[in-house]
Design a protein around this ligand. Structure first.
Ligand code: NDP
Length: 496
């Protein structure tokens, strides 16, 4: 079995390994608290220059980075594939989507964040009211390994486009990918507005305490709580993008072939190591048998193997988690219609589809993060929604229905839903991305993702002298009466 990198002390180095073969991909420093603070200090200097640029100038710099990345996508995809194990074509898809997000964030920052007028209201009609969204300063980004380009980019690109400098701590499993992103930014922009720090979890905790103005974290809910607690010490705000237990809901009128195809890909792509991956399916009883037949038939030729469509499990310790969830499901009366406990190998886990699994079992309630899926029969869409909502997570979801897709999706407690497609929302840069409950809070992507890394700056500017001067000790009794009359007209005439 692949060994996790040794746990070195701060000040030493660590290796990233190819999870398919155990080969060393790269060696990186474990950065100390002082080094992390120094990176934040350097970023703060750069933040002044970067924030002083116009939206157009920042857009030009970010577009130069995007172009360079696009030209070197095969090199990036190869590195992602070697460092975290996914097939290079999947890595290309991931990196391509990330590039699209950079373009959207750069192209829309001015429209979303630039100063714009809002109504000043009748009482303050003599004022011009405007709002702009200003950069916070330095944003810390702690990224995961499962999508080492796409996921941190949801914070990095949006924070940069909003005018912040960024200090990025990639996962210890994918430090080379993090380094590649920072290096290409430096090449394209010529200034270290995006800084890299490497190390293990402890280095991440240093970043939380290093005086950044916001910390964007993606990873497990448990670590998210530690990050939030560390950031609370200095009142540093956080964005937490944590785990999920996403479902696919299949209605009686759904296109079963398409639903089965989507559920299988959503569950097994990236070896199931996707925060918005499909882990559960709820199928209307009228089409349950057809769905199970369809998905097992489609999965028949699918194999997790080096060079195949499904790669290895990146984090060696995760194999034990996957095995325990599958075994628990079987012990509690579940059946494997594909795979099963014996499908969980040392490095590779074969696609596993479980049925008749109790709703309170690990495979239904906890994030498995492997190419596994539970399928349950439901009598109605009410039951499907109720069961979907009965976990502590609320990240994404998918609904397959010809007539009622939107209505069902509206009732699912999750940050995002896809109707008659799977994970599609992540590839639409204008849609916000984030969870509720144990899936975290705050949003990346879209206008909300840009605003997440800013503070609102409101300005009221007097256009002409007011009819009644309310904000003066010289306010007269007559003015008070006039105010009472105006208030009566404005707000006093509704039903009690
Ligand atoms: P973690 O949540 O532990 O790690 C995520 C990131 O946080 C990594 O960069 C990690 O650094 C860093 N980190 C770890 N400890 C701390 C700390 N105390 N303070 C600050 N940063 C810290 O996830 P794992 O990689 O260990 O994966 C565990 C499980 O989390 C998975 O099995 C999966 O269920 C879930 N997960 C979910 C993801 C999602 O997208 N929702 C992504 C990744 C994991 P380092 O890697 O160097 O330890």
């Amino acid at each position: 079995m692949t060994q996790a990198p040794a746990r070195p002390q701060s000040g030493s180095t660590f290796e990233s390994l190819n999870p398919a073969t155990g080969e060393v991909v790269g060696t990186h420093p474990v950065q100390t608290e002082e080094e992390v603070r120094a990176a934040v200090a350097r970023a703060r200097q750069e933040a002044t220059w970067w924030a002083g640029l116009s939206f157009g100038e920042r857009k030009a710099h970010l577009n130069a980075w995007k172009t360079l990345m696009t030209q070197r996508l095969p090199e990036l995809a190869d590195l992602v594939s070697r460092e975290m194990g996914k097939p290079a074509s999947d890595a290309m898809l991931e990196a391509g989507l990330a590039v699209d997000h950079i373009a959207w964030a750069a192209g829309n920052a001015k429209k979303v964040l630039g100063r714009h007028k809002v109504s000043s209201g009748l009482l303050m009609v003599n004022q011009s009211a405007t709002v702009a969204f200003k950069p916070l300063g330095v944003v810390g980004v702690i990224g995961p390994w499962n999508y080492p380009v796409f996921t941190p980019m949801g914070s990095i690109a949006y924070a940069l486009a909003a005018g912040n400098a960024v200090v990025f701590k990639p996962s210890e499993y994918t430090p080379g990918v993090g380094g590649w992103l920072v290096q290409t930014f430096q090449e394209a922009v010529g200034r270290p507005v995006l800084q890299l720090i490497t190390g293990l979890g402890e280095t991440g905790s240093f970043l939380c305490r290093a005086g950044v103005d916001k910390l964007a974290f993606t990873g497990s809910t448990a670590t998210g709580k530690k990050v939030m607690a560390a950031c609370a010490e200095t009142l540093t705000p956080v964005v937490i993008e944590a785990g999920g237990k996403d479902s696919v809901i299949v209605d009686a009128d759904a296109d079963i072939d398409a639903a089965a195809d989507a559920a299988l890909w959503g569950a097994c792509a990236n070896a199931g190591q996707t925060c918005i991956g499909v882990e559960r399916v709820y199928v209307h009883e009228k089409v349950y048998d057809e769905f199970v037949s369809s998905i097992t038939a489609k999965a028949a030729g699918l194999e997790a193997v080096e060079g195949g469509k499904i790669g290895p499990i990146t984090m060696p310790s995760q194999v034990g988690v996957i095995r325990s969830h599958v075994q628990d499901a079987i012990d509690r009366g579940g059946r494997a219609v594909l795979g099963g406990p014996e499908a969980v190998g040392d490095r590779f886990v074969q696609p596993t589809i479980l049925v008749d699994v109790p709703e309170d079992s690990l495979a239904v309630q906890e994030e498995t993060f492997g190419p596994t899926l539970t399928i349950a029969k439901v009598a109605s869409m009410d039951e499907a929604v109720e069961k979907t909502n009965a976990t502590r997570y609320g990240l994404g979801n998918t609904v397959f229905s010809k007539a009622n897709g939107m209505a069902i999706a509206e009732r699912v407690r999750s940050g995002m839903s896809a109707v008659n497609g799977v994970i599609t929302f992540a590839g639409i840069p204008s849609l916000p991305f984030g969870g509720v409950g144990d899936s975290g809070f705050g949003r990346i992507h879209g206008p909300e993702g840009l605003k997440e890394f800013t503070y609102a700056k409101a300005i009221a500017r007097q256009k002409f002298k007011p009819m009644i001067n309310l904000t003066s000790f010289e306010r007269t009794e007559k003015a008070d009466k006039q105010l009472a009359q105006v208030l009566g007209l404005l707000h006093g005439r509704g039903k009690k």
